[in-house]
Design a binder for this molecule. Structure first.
Ligand code: BV8
Ligand code: ZN
Length: 231
C-alpha cells in the first residue's frame, strides 16, 4: 500500500498563531538568523538566544493544533499504508493534533540539551543563562534545536523514508532551508508523486509534480479527504 511522507514547515502552524520565519512579520524580521539560530550567536549572547526560545516555548505551549494538523492525524489513522511526518517545526502541534509518527529534524522547543555531556531532558518553560545540566551539573544547557551549521536530526531515517515514499508532500515551508528543501528531489528521483501545499509558491515549487495553494487549514483537509476517498 502507498507510503506517504510529509514534510512540514512553519506555515502549517501559522493559523495556530505561531510565527513563521520568512513572512514579512515573521520571526526573522525581528531577529537576524545569525544572532539567534546559530551556535556562534548563542556563544556571543546567550541571554538573547535563551530569551528568543523562551518566548517561542511559552507561545507554543499555549497554541492549539489546527485543522491541518488534525487532518494529517486522521490520514495517519485511516490510510492503509504508512504515513510519516518529517517536520522542521520545533513546536509539538503535530503530536497535540494526534499524529504518532513525527520526526523533528530541527529539534524541539520542549527539549533541553547539555552541550557539555550530551544529556537531554524536558526543558523548563524558561531556560536561564548558565542553566545547569541535571546530569553533569555543567552550566551548559541549551535548547535542543538544530541551529544553522549544525547537523539535522534523524537524517538516516529520513533518507530511508524518502526512498520508500510513493507520495511526498511538503506543507507550509518556503523551501529556503537545506537539507529539507532538497527532500522533494530525493523523493522524485525514487518515483514518488510530489505535491506542494502552501500559501504561496515556495523556492522549490518547480520540483513538485502537483501544487495546491491556500491556507493550510483549508487545503490540507481537502487533500486528505481526497486521498481517503481514493483509498
Ligand atoms: C546543515 C532552528 C549540513 C530551530 C532552523 C547556502 C546554500 C544552501 C544551503 C546553505 C548555504 N549556506 C548554509 C547552508 C546550509 C543551511 C541553510 O540551508 N541555510 C539557508 C538559510 C540558505 N542549513 C543548515 O545549516 C542546516 N544544517 O546543512 O548541515 C548537512 C547537510 C545535509 C545533511 C547533513 C548535514 C541546519 C538548518 C536548520 C536551521 N534551524 N530552525 C528554530 O529556531 O526553529 S531553520 C528554521 O527555518 C526553522 O526550522 C524553520 O522550520 C525552517 C524553515 O523555514 P519554514 O518552516 O519553511 O518557514 P518559513 O517562514 O521560511 O516559510 C513559511 C512558509 O509557509 C511560507 O512559504 C509561507 O508562504 C507558508 N505559509 C504561511 N502561512 C501559511 C502558509 N502555508 C499554508 N498556510 C498558511 N496559513
Ligand atoms: Zn551535562
Amino acid at each position: 500500500m502507498d507510503k506517504i511522507v510529509i514534510l512540514t514547515g512553519a506555515g502549517i502552524s501559522a493559523e495556530s498563531g505561531m510565527g513563521t520565519f520568512r513572512d514579512e512579520d515573521g520571526l526573522w524580521a525581528r531577529h537576524r538568523i545569525e544572532d539567534v539560530a546559530t551556535p556562534e550567536g548563542f556563544a556571543r549572547d546567550p541571554a538573547l538566544v535563551q530569551g528568543f526560545y523562551n518566548a517561542r516555548r511559552i507561545a507554543a505551549a499555549q497554541a492549539a493544533p489546527n485543522a491541518a494538523h488534525e487532518a494529517l492525524a486522521r490520514l495517519e489513522t485511516k490510510w492503509p499504508g504508512e504515513v510519516v511526518i518529517v517536520t522542521q517545526n520545533v513546536d509539538s502541534l503535530h503530536e497535540a493534533g494526534g499524529s504518532q509518527t513525527v520526526l523533528h529534524m530541527h529539534g524541539t522547543l520542549a527539549g533541553a540539551l547539555c552541550s557539555a555531556c550530551g544529556h537531554r531532558w524536558t526543558a523548563p518553560p524558561e531556560m536561564s543563562v548558565g542553566e545547569r545540566c541535571p546530569s553533569c551539573n555543567a552550566p551548559a544547557a541549551r535548547p535542543d534545536v538544530v541551529w544553522f551549521g549544525e547537523i539535522p536530526y534523524h537524517m538516516e531515517d529520513i533518507y530511508t523514508h524518502l526512498t520508500e515514499a510513493d507520495i511526498f508532500a511538503a506543507i507550509g515551508t518556503s523551501g529556503e532551508v537545506y537539507p529539507a528543501a532538497a527532500f522533494v528531489r530525493e523523493a522524485c528521483a525514487q518515483g514518488a508523486h510530489t505535491v506542494e501545499l502552501n500559501l504561496a509558491p515556495s523556492s522549490v515549487v518547480s520540483d513538485f509534480a502537483e501544487t495546491r495553494f491556500g491556507p493550510a487549514t483549508q487545503i490540507v483537509p481537502d487533500w486528505v479527504e481526497e486521498l481517503l476517498q481514493q483509498g
